[in-house]
Design a protein around this ligand. Structure first.
Ligand SMILES: Nc1nc2c([nH]c(=O)n2[C@H]2C[C@H](O)[C@@H](COP(=O)(O)OP(=O)(O)OP(=O)(O)O)O2)c(=O)[nH]1
Length: 112
């Protein structure tokens, strides 16, 4: 899990690593780029397996948002927090107790 930098939106909360899709990207392409930028790990788009999604209709988000959750079994490199936050590994019962943004709460509930 990735702990968002304190000064960002949802600062200090734990999220599933990732980020926004940019123009011209498929979601898996965006995940490849974001995990390289955020964690310094190398993944292949074909290794990203779609798992579930959450959207903002059930939350207090300021704007419409959809988050797609992918599972990835293989990567290269050692994850590190490269954008000023923190990262750590957790068991499912520990993830359930972490302070998370609304959509990550929804995703964690579906994933485990
Ligand atoms: N993970 C997560 N993000 C959320 C939720 N609700 C919500 O508005 N967001 C926003 C926060 C961020 O602006 C965006 C997530 O994209 P991101 O991880 O690339 O955001 P960021 O602020 O780190 O990136 P950037 O704008 O600096 O490029 O979605 C939520 O419930 N979970």
């Amino acid at each position: 899990m990735h702990k968002r930098p304190e000064k960002k939106h949802h600062g200090g909360l734990w999220e599933f690593p990732g980020g926004k899709v940019e123009t011209g990207e498929c979601p898996a392409d965006a995940l490849v780029r974001e995990l390289a930028e955020e964690l310094g790990v190398t993944i292949k788009p074909e290794d990203c397996v779609a798992n579930c999604f959450a959207d903002s209709t059930q939350t207090d988000a300021d704007f419409p948002i959809v988050i797609l959750l992918y599972t990835i079994a293989e990567w290269g490199g050692v994850p590190a927090a490269l954008e000023g936050g923190a990262i750590d590994w957790f068991m499912p019962d520990e993830i359930a107790k972490l302070q998370k943004p609304p959509l990550d709460i929804e995703l964690a509930g579906q994933l485990f």
